[in-house]
Write a protein that binds this ligand. Structure first.
Ligand code: APR
Length: 254
């Protein structure tokens, strides 16, 4: 079991900081691991991951929603309340700080908006967000706030059920967001891949797009993933420890 409280070797951290110094366009691609230190469970971590205790087919597909709308609604309501009560952590704040120092595109699979609350701007939300709603049939946006604690989905003016504004398994990603993320991956010369199991497409292909174009890819994760072997550098550790340390080392180089 890796020790997520440990920092990677100083030499590796310094190497990553020097990559930042040399880069012109940075992409930071994130997943559930960056929010773990804010108390939000990941999906695939052993024992603590959401998909260990819940069935994605029931809870995160359009078919699951239609089969049992109250179940899906209540599960998202629980997650929404958890996200609303959570605070961004040092990893989110370090990524927001990087964005101020280097031209950076933040691309996230997370639906919790913690990057934005930490100060990141123009975040590309590949999987939407859990805090807003649209109707199932026609995609009408729910403009008024939706109360938490409801036992079933409210009804849109058009008569359809409201659903969270997230991307479920089997659904297409928002096309313009995906196009912007692909473009950023093609144009960057450095990509940090932080806190993702690198298993879910199309997000998982973004580091490979960058690598194919000659960019440096640095992975930050307490555990190895299918990307680790191909990444230029693997930094083993928790995002809330590694990312602030990288920013400190980078600032010391300037
Ligand atoms: N810092 C960095 N990484 C961490 C930390 C931490 N403190 N703690 C755990 N991790 C890593 C895990 O080792 C794992 O590789 O975060 C990763 C989380 O992986 P997943 O749970 O698979 O999350 P993610 O990659 O974001 O999942 C992608 O799958 O179910 C869908 O839509 C959901 O957006 C999600 C997508």
């Amino acid at each position: 079991m890796p020790d997520s409280a440990a920092l990677p070797d100083e030499k590796l951290l310094s190497r990553a900081a020097s990559y930042i110094k040399g880069c012109k366009r940075l992409v930071v691609l994130t997943g559930a691991g960056v929010s773990k230190e804010s108390g939000i469970p990941t999906f695939r971590d052993k024992l603590t991951g959401l998909w260990e205790g819940y069935d994605p087919g029931q809870l995160a597909t359009p078919e699951g929603f239609l089969k049992n709308p109250p179940l899906v609604w209540k599960w998202y309501d629980w997650r929404r309340q958890m996200v609303s009560a959570a605070e961004p952590n040092d990893g989110h704040r370090a990524i927001a700080q990087l964005q101020k120092l280097v031209p950076t595109t933040v691309v996230t699979q997370n639906v919790d908006r913690l990057h934005q609350r930490a100060g990141s701007e123009n975040v590309l939300e590949l999987h939407g967000n859990i805090l807003t709603f649209r109707c199932f049939e026609r995609g009408h946006q729910a403009l008024d706030g939706v109360a938490s604690g409801l036992d079933e989905p409210p009804i849109c003016q058009c008569g359809s059920l409201l659903r969270p504004n997230v991307v479920w398994f089997g659904e297409a990603l928002p096309q313009s967001v995906l196009a912007d993320a692909n473009k950023a991956a093609k144009l960057c010369d450095l990509m940090f891949v932080v806190g993702t199991s690198a298993l879910v497409q199309p997000a998982a292909s973004l580091p490979h797009i960058a690598l194919d174009r000659g960019a440096i890819v640095v992975e930050v994760n307490p555990n190895e993933t299918p990307l680790s072997e191909d990444a230029t550098l693997f930094l083993s550790g928790a995002s809330g420890l590694v990312m602030p340390q990288l920013v400190r080392l980078f600032e010391a180089l300037n």
